[in-house]
Design a protein around this ligand. Structure first.
Ligand code: T4K
Length: 387
C-alpha cells in the first residue's frame, strides 16, 4: 500500500511488485485449443508456404475486418515493406515521426526517404497541413499511422493523396478491431498493414498482414511474399520471404476466439485508469471515441505542458516499483539514427512531435493486469504528484 512518499521504492521502501509489470503482455486464447492445432500441424507435416491454417486465418480476418483480401505475413515490418513496393512508392514518402521506428525503417531499408511530418497534439496523429507542407517534386506517397489504434485523419489524407496523385497506405499496426466513421480499419487507402506481434492487441506470436480491397495489389503482395513464385518453378515477379508459418496462424485462429473478451478487459482497464487520474491535476488518459470500435490496447498517460511533474521522474519512480511503463514513441523517429543525421523533415520543425513525445507514458494493460494493479499504479503516481 502506498500511503505517502516514504512508501515509494525510490525513497528506499520495498518495490510494489516483486515481478515486473510489463506493457505489452500478450493476450492469449485457450491453450488447449492452440495445442490441438499444433498437433494437427505436426501430423499434417505442412509447416509453412501458404498452408491451410494460414489460408483459414486469412479468410477469417478478411471477414472480420470486412475487407476483400488479407495477405498474411511473417511480421508487420515486412508487410509494410511489401505494401510500400506493391504500391510503387519511390523517392520520398511522407510519414509521421511520432510512430514506432519500423514505419520509417520500412522505407529507408528500400532506399526511399521517409520525410517526417508533424502531428496534431490533441490526437497524436498526422496533421494534414504539415503533410501538405512536406510535399516536394520527389514525393510519391503518404503512410498514415493509426497511432494507439485511434484513426489517422483518413479523409484528409485521401484528399491530399488524390490532389497530388500520391499513393496512400496506412500503418494499422495498432488498430486491429478499431473503426473510422463506423467502418473497420482495413479498408482505407490502397492498403492497410497490420501487425500481430506478441505485444499487440491481437497476436500470432510474430505476424502481420496486408489488407486491401484491390485485387491487383493483393495479387502482387502474394507474389512478393513468396519470392515472386506463380506455381512450381515459375518466378514472374521480384519478391522476398514474407510468409507466415502455420504455427503462427494456429495462434492467430486461437486468439480470434478471445478478441471480444480482450476488448472488454482493455476497456474496463482504460476506464479504471481514466477515473483514477481524473482527480489528479495535470494528468489525463488519452480518450478513445466511444462512438467508434476501439481495442483500448494503449493506455496513454499525458502530462500537461504546464505541470510541475516530469515525465522522466515518473518513469524512474514506476520502474523502481517494478512497473515497467514505457516512453513510446520518444524521442520521435527524426531524432533517431539514421534520420537524426539525414534530417529529412522538409525544413519543418516537428514541435508537436517533440513536445508530445516528452510528455507521454504508456501504462500496462491487457488480460494480465487487474483493477487492483491499476489502483496501485494510480496511487503511486498520485503520491509522486503530491507537493
Ligand atoms: N508500425 C507500428 C506503428 C508499430 O508499433 C510496429 C510494432 C510496427 C509497425 C512493426 O510491426 P512488427 O514488425 O513488430 O510486427 C515492441 C514490438 O516489438 C513492436 O512490435 C511494436 N510495434 C512496438 C510498439 O513494441 P519494443 O522495442 O517496445 O519491444 P520490447 O522487447 O521492449 O517489448 C515490449 C514490452 O512487451 C516489454 O515490456 C516486454 C513485453 N513483452 C514482450 C514480448 C515480446 C512480453 O511481455 N512478452 C513478449 O513476448 O517493440
Amino acid at each position: 500500500r502506498i500511503l505517502g512518499k516514504s512508501d515509494l521504492a525510490i525513497n528506499g521502501a520495498a518495490p510494489a511488485y516483486k515481478q515486473p509489470l510489463h506493457v505489452g503482455r500478450p493476450n492469449i486464447g485457450p491453450e488447449d485449443v492452440f495445442f490441438a492445432r499444433a498437433r494437427d500441424i505436426m501430423s499434417s507435416r505442412w509447416l509453412t508456404n501458404n498452408g491451410s491454417m494460414v489460408r483459414e486465418l486469412e479468410s477469417r480476418l478478411a471477414e472480420y475486418l470486412g475487407v476483400k483480401h488479407c495477405v498474411a505475413m511473417c511480421n508487420g515490418t515486412i508487410a509494410l515493406e511489401i505494401a510500400i513496393r506493391a504500391t510503387g512508392m519511390t523517392g520520398e514518402v511522407i510519414v509521421p515521426s511520432y510512430t514506432f521506428v519500423a514505419t520509417a525503417h520500412a522505407l529507408h531499408w528500400q532506399g526511399i526517404t521517409p520525410v517526417f511530418a508533424d502531428i496534431d497534439p490533441d490526437t497524436h496523429n498526422l496533421d494534414p497541413s504539415s503533410v501538405r507542407n512536406a510535399i516536394t517534386s520527389r514525393t510519391s506517397g503518404i503512410i498514415g499511422v493509426h497511432l494507439w489504434g485511434r484513426p489517422a485523419p483518413v479523409d484528409d489524407l485521401q484528399a491530399i493523396a488524390d490532389e497530388h496523385n500520391l499513393s496512400l497506405i496506412f500503418d494499422a499496426a495498432h488498430a486491429f478491431g478499431c473503426s473510422y466513421k463506423g467502418t473497420m480499419i482495413g479498408s482505407f487507402g490502397q492498403a492497410e498493414v497490420l501487425s500481430f506481434h506478441a505485444t499487440k492487441f491481437y497476436n500470432t506470436f510474430e505476424g502481420g498482414a496486408i489488407v486491401t480491397n484491390s485485387d491487383g495489389l493483393a495479387e502482387t503482395a502474394r507474389l512478393m511474399r513468396n519470392f515472386g513464385f506463380a506455381g512450381y518453378d515459375n518466378v514472374i515477379h521480384p519478391g522476398t520471404n514474407g510468409k507466415m508459418v502455420e504455427i503462427c496462424a494456429a495462434m492467430g485462429l486461437t486468439n480470434l476466439e478471445v478478441v471480444d473478451s480482450v476488448v472488454r478487459k482493455n476497456r474496463d482497464n482504460h476506464q479504471a485508469y481514466a477515473e483514477g487520474f481524473a482527480s489528479i491535476p495535470g494528468l489525463r488518459i488519452l480518450p478513445f471515441d466511444g462512438s467508434e470500435r476501439n481495442n483500448y490496447q494503449y493506455v496513454v498517460l499525458e502530462i500537461a505542458r504546464e505541470s510541475h511533474l516530469s515525465r522522466d521522474d515518473i518513469i524512474k519512480c514506476l520502474h523502481a516499483e517494478n512497473i515497467l511503463a514505457r516512453k513510446y514513441f520518444w524521442p520521435g523517429c527524426h531524432l533517431m539514427e539514421p534520420y537524426r543525421t539525414l534530417n529529412p523533415t522538409a525544413g519543418q520543425a516537428l514541435r508537436n512531435t517533440e513536445d508530445v513525445a516528452s510528455r507521454v507514458i504508456v501504462l500496462p494493460t491487457g488480460t494480465m493486469i487487474s483493477i487492483e494493479d491499476i489502483n496501485t499504479i494510480v496511487s503511486i503516481i498520485r503520491t509522486i504528484a503530491e507537493p
